[in-house]
Design a protein around this ligand. Structure first.
Ligand code: CP
Ligand code: NVA
Length: 339
């Protein structure tokens, strides 16, 4: 058995630098196989449950297509389709699903719930996003960075905006493990929680990553190779709209911020966003925000989104390749030697 066999991916901190690097490289390999139409059916005959308490486009689509390409059967179980959280405990649901499915993806609110699913199901559980972490996104993100720059060495990633959400947490900790310099540039009220900073500092001491948490945009974005942002209002926090719009305007990823990095070529600067992105008002949600708050663009301007720096759609595609790697490594019959 390999070092991955039977393991769950619940939070990045549970994986070593070489394990995360392996998953990134395996994702790049599987992407190449896919592009060349070479079969990679490592999960032939397996059944995968996809539990979604929150909505999703990329994560759901990526798990579904990845499972099918790997030869597995994915079954979508939405919040309103099953008893979990309403009529049944997580423990009971986990035991039942674990007896029928070979692996379980869970997206929802509580990190505790995804951990309980892993504890009681007895099968690998993959965290498709909780309020605290978004680990499958991390493999895609650092894969995209590696594809663009050729390596993860001497890269400075600056995350601007809501510094206290799942994406900020995951980027800070994962970058620290991988030796990528990470800066969180956010208003002080939205700095990451101390527990997350403590994890990150511990890993950075081992990897040599340089970390910075600052509310100063000029200082924060100077020298950035990756400018990263996420929505100002995450799923489940919709009541915080007004507060966030007022607080986060100075942290909008716009051309002025691009100029402040001092980098101009895509050789040394790219823009990432996990998506969905609020860059224009051409959605139902966007119209609501424009009417209520008079704001046309939120965390990223349409100009930057559509600029040569924007790599968010490559990043989105990479969700599929990386989720394949995660599922195949933990559930497939692969031999991955210990390093
Ligand atoms: N990035 C991401 O997780 O997208 P979805 O919410 O659409 O799955
Ligand atoms: N922070 C966002 C990420 C979406 C992929 C949210 O939790 O809604």
């Amino acid at each position: 058995t390999s070092v991955f066999q039977g393991r769950s991916l619940l939070a990045e901190k549970d994986f070593t630098r070489s394990e995360l690097e392996y998953l990134i490289d395996f994702s790049i390999h599987l992407k190449d196989l896919k592009k060349r139409n070479i079969p990679h059916r490592y999960l032939e005959g397996k059944n995968i449950a996809l539990l979604f308490e929150k909505t999703s486009t990329r994560t759901r689509a990526a798990f579904t297509t990845a499972a099918v390409d790997l030869g597995a059967h994915p079954e979508y179980l939405g919040a309103n389709d099953i008893q979990l959280g309403k009529k049944e405990t997580t423990e009971d649901t986990a035991k039942v699903l674990g007896s029928m499915f070979d692996g379980i993806e869970f997206r929802g609110f509580s990190q505790k719930m995804v951990e309980e699913l892993a504890e009681f199901s007895g099968v690998p559980v993959w965290n498709g996003l909780t309020d605290e972490w978004h680990p499958t996104q991390m493999i895609a993100d650092f894969m995209t960075i590696k594809e663009n720059f050729g390596s993860l060495e001497n890269i400075t990633l600056v995350y601007v905006g809501d510094g206290r959400n799942n994406m900020a947490n995951s980027l800070l900790v994962t970058g620290a493990i991988l030796g990528v310099n990470v800066r969180i540039c956010a208003p002080e009220a939205l700095f990451p929680e101390q527990e997350v900073i403590d994890y990150a500092n511990k890993f950075a001491a081992e990897s040599g990553a340089e970390l910075m948490i600052t509310d100063n945009v000029d200082e924060g974005v100077k020298g950035a190779n990756v400018l990263y942002t996420d929505v100002w209002v995450s799923m489940g926090e919709e009541d915080k709209f007004e507060e966030r719009v007022n607080m986060l305007q100075p942290y909008q990823l716009n051309m002025d911020m691009i100029n402040k990095t001092g980098n101009q070529d895509t050789d040394n600067l790219i823009v990432l966003h996990c998506l969905p992105a609020f860059h224009d008002t051409n959605t139902e949600y966007g119209k609501m925000v424009e009417e209520q708050f008079g704001v046309k663009e939120m965390e990223i301007t349409d100009e930057v989104f559509r600029s040569k720096y924007g790599r968010q759609f490559e990043e989105a595609e990479n969700r599929m390749h990386s989720i394949k790697a995660i599922m195949a490594a933990t559930l497939g019959n692969l031999f991955i030697p210990r390093t």
